[in-house]
Design a binder for this molecule. Structure first.
Ligand SMILES: Nc1ncnc2c1ncn2[C@@H]1O[C@H](COP(=O)(O)OP(=O)(O)OP(=O)(O)O)[C@@H](O)[C@H]1O
Ligand SMILES: [Mg+2]
Length: 264
């Protein structure tokens, strides 16, 4: 099967500092890949390369079998939703205008359709209607983050890149957003790459987990496999606590809630 996203022998450096040496990764259509690793190991760099915000020094990145060098950049980005680390809303635009930014581009004439779409996405990410006319500076950090997520989803992209999207929200909201994202994923069959610092989030949401350390892939496998057969010491340390929280001996680990099928 043709991969949805593929990295082939990608090298990326900032000045003399090599971040990715020979990076190879294949993401199937409909996969939910969670990415976890030490700070500065190259996770954001990987995401930014998928939608062409950063270019590889060597190697190639393919989306639906075609090198992104060959693709029209505007078209490519329209097909890829991107919710990044921290807030990058347009400060001079209201919540509604921020969310409608892309649908508007695609759907200039049908104002009502755009309005309805904005309401729908605001509901999904749990933003009150009364926030519609507010500006980003008038929202909390977590609310801004949710606007960012709504904007990424509103264009109905085929690929969704999320860089620690739930970093600035409390535990309860985070749980709700995880469940909502999982439902959206199930409904749409979208392909997701999701960076997180939280191993339990990575195991819960991912159909596959990509563990990185210093620009290298430590393991790329379904959550259960990480728990059963950590490929390296680094992965072992990462999942150790999660294994203990299951309170189960190794041979009964499958009874643990992580089925690889997403949030339960
Ligand atoms: N524009 C840049 N110029 C120089 N170095 C950079 C640049 N962007 C990132 N780096 C460096 O490249 C490395 C990888 O950065 P990246 O943002 O991909 O890490 P990350 O895995 O997302 O980290 P974090 O978990 O902290 O977000 C880091 O060491 C970072 O300092
Ligand atoms: Mg990052």
């Amino acid at each position: 099967m043709q991969a949805m996203i593929e990295f082939r022998h990608v090298k990326k450096a900032y000045g003399d500092k090599v971040i990715l040496k020979d990076f190879n990764l294949s993401v199937e259509k409909g996969e939910f890949v969670t990415i976890i690793g030490s700070s500065g190991c190259g996770k954001t760099t990987v995401l930014k390369m998928v939608n062409g915000l950063l270019e590889p020094a060597e190697g190639d990145i393919l989306v639906e079998g075609e090198s992104i060098r060959e693709k029209d950049q505007t078209q490519l980005r329209r097909n890829i939703g991107y919710a990044i680390q921290g807030s990058v809303l347009f400060p001079h635009m209201t919540v509604e205008q921020n969310i409608a930014y892309v649908p508007n581009l695609l759907n200039k004439r049908d104002k009502k359709k755009t309005r309805d779409a904005v309401s729908k996405w605001m509901r999904i990410v749990g933003l009150d209607e009364e926030m519609r006319e507010r500006y980003p500076a008038e929202l909390s950090g977590g609310q801004q983050q949710r606007v960012g997520i709504a904007r990424a989803l509103a264009a109905s992209p085929e690929i969704l890149l999320m860089d620690e999207p739930f970093g600035a929200v409390d535990e309860i909201t985070r749980g709700q957003l995880q469940t909502e994202l999982h439902q959206i994923y199930e409904k749409t069959g979208i392909t997701v790459m999701f960076v997180t610092h939280d191993i339990s989030e990575a195991l819960k949401l991912g159909t596959k987990v990509l563990v990185m350390d210093q620009g290298e892939i430590q393991q790329y496998a379904p959550p259960k496999e990480l728990l059963h057969h950590p490929a390296t010491e680094f992965v072992g340390r990462l999942v150790e606590q999660e294994r203990r929280m299951c309170h189960l001996p190794d041979d009964r680990l499958e009874e643990c809630e992580y089925s690889g099928a997403g949030a339960k």
